[in-house]
Write a protein that binds this ligand. Structure first.
Ligand code: RFL
Ligand code: PHB
Length: 391
């Protein structure tokens, strides 16, 4: 038996769940197909900083009750250059703070909201295949507990991340992609210890970048610039803690608290944009269409922006019989995506060390950081982008 739904959503990450819930609250039905289990999706450690626009989207989805209660509000960041720390106040410069709330918590809240409203999320849906995307009624085939299943939909939202099937289902001659791979990666750790400061510390140091972030007042999330092929086994806990301490300018552990690690991972750094974000009745959303290096904390926030534009298009289509908003989805989303790409690339260059052979480039980036720290105008541009450009 084939079930029909208005919007088939591939992927139950933040973009898929947010889209499904906002559509539901506007009377539009959807089925979400997710390759992994619910526990796996909610256990992934990823983003931690939300722009006000993303928080507003959670409120629009009716899923912000715990977020509003438990989140931390940060009015600025600290930037350390060779160990000297300086604060950049977003509140003074642009009047907007950012919100600290883990992506895994956001995903749990959205899945709970969806299921409480009777939402249809099909976890462990394997071998998803998309057909007829450029015709009138796309078909989606998948395997559930060994059995072949099929659904049809008016539209398909590809919310299945960078390695998903949706982008791969678009014929190669209909796509153009843009990519930059960086010559470093981030070693990330999580530890049940209070963070060294009330706000995030981004550090540029001759030994490489470091970031002290957090998930709560008692849980730290820190990162170190390492080589992309780094052996994590060469990084015992003590080496990680001392390296963070040196790079943030706290070699005697005056503020940095240490403790056993509860997670350790390596994240490659890339910039990627797929143009276009639409093929027939398929719309790409979030990481399926674009990847940013995490330095500007933009990945999750771009996904929320895409959901804003796509939900507006679908609501206009179904409620008002207007197709122009949906037709402008790719153009509107890409305009915002490219600005966040530029900012993420800029923050990455400003704060990381490239190879010693790139001496000129390293000096220019360092000079740019020194200039930024000495200029209110430059800090205002940083703050405006970090807190998020308007939708
Ligand atoms: P997601 O979160 O990758 O969700 C996609 C979902 O689709 C499922 N899927 C499929 N389902 C069905 N069929 C298939 N064929 C499928 N293929 C995949 C996947 O299992 C998954 O559940 O994409 P989404 O929703 O667009 O959300 C984007 C954000 O997750 C992403 O931008 C951020 O997490 C990026 N990112 C970070 N962003 C930040 O702003 N700050 C960070 O600190 C930060 N850290 C990170 C990150 C991304 C990471 N990844 C992808 C390796 C750290 C890591 C490790
Ligand atoms: C995080 O807390 O995981 C985080 C925060 C800021 C970033 C990147 C990651 O720029």
């Amino acid at each position: 038996m084939t079930t029909h739904t208005q919007v088939a959503i591939i992927g139950a990450g933040p973009s898929g769940l947010l889209l499904s819930q906002i559509l539901h609250l506007n009377g539009i039905g959807s089925i979400v197909l997710e390759r992994k289990s619910r526990a796996y999706v909610e256990g992934r450690v990823r983003a931690g900083i939300m722009e006000q626009g993303a928080v507003e989207m959670m409120r629009r989805a009716g899923a912000a009750e715990r977020l509003d209660r438990e989140c931390l509000t940060h009015d600025g960041i600290e930037i350390a250059l060779e160990g000297r720390r300086q604060r950049v106040s977003f509140l003074d410069l642009v009047g907007t703070p950012v919100t600290v709330y883990g992506q895994s918590e956001m995903t749990k809240d959205l899945a709970n909201a969806r299921l409480a409203a009777g939402g249809d999320i099909r976890y462990q849906a394997e071998d998803v295949r998309l057909e007829g995307l450029d015709g009138g009624r796309p078909r989606i085939h998948y395997v559930e507990a060994g059995a072949q299943r099929e659904i049809t939909a008016d539209f398909v939202a590809g919310c299945d991340g960078f390695h998903g099937i949706s982008r791969q289902s678009i014929p190669a001659d209909k796509l153009r992609s843009f990519e930059r791979i960086y010559p470093f990666a981030w070693l990330g750790i999580m530890a049940e210890v209070p963070p060294p400061s009330d706000e995030l510390i981004y550090a540029r140091h001759e030994r490489g970048f470091a970031l002290c972030s957090m998930r709560s007042r008692s849980r730290s999330r820190h990162y170190l610039q390492v080589s992309p092929d780094e052996d994590l086994g060469a990084w015992p806990e003590q080496r990680i803690w001392s390296e963070i301490a040196i790079r943030i300018g706290d070699p005697d552990f005056g503020v940095l608290k240490t403790g056993p690690l509860i997670e350790k991972s390596l994240t490659p750094m890339r910039s990627f944009v797929c143009e276009t974000m639409r093929f027939g009745r398929l719309f790409l959303v979030g990481d399926a269409a674009h990847i940013v290096p995490p330095t500007g904390a933009k990945g999750l926030n771009l996904a929320a922006g895409d959901v804003h534009y796509l939900s507006e298009g679908l609501i206009d289509h179904y409620a008002k019989g207007r197709g122009d908003t949906l037709d402008r989805y790719a153009e509107r989303a890409l305009a915002r995506v490219w600005k966040a790409q530029r900012f993420s690339w800029w923050m990455t260059c400003l704060l990381h060390n490239f190879a010693a052979s790139e001496g000129f480039q390293n000096r220019i980036h360092r000079a740019e950081l020194e200039y930024t720290l000495s200029s209110r105008a430059a800090q205002t541009a940083l703050a405006e982008n970090y807190v998020g450009l308007p939708y």
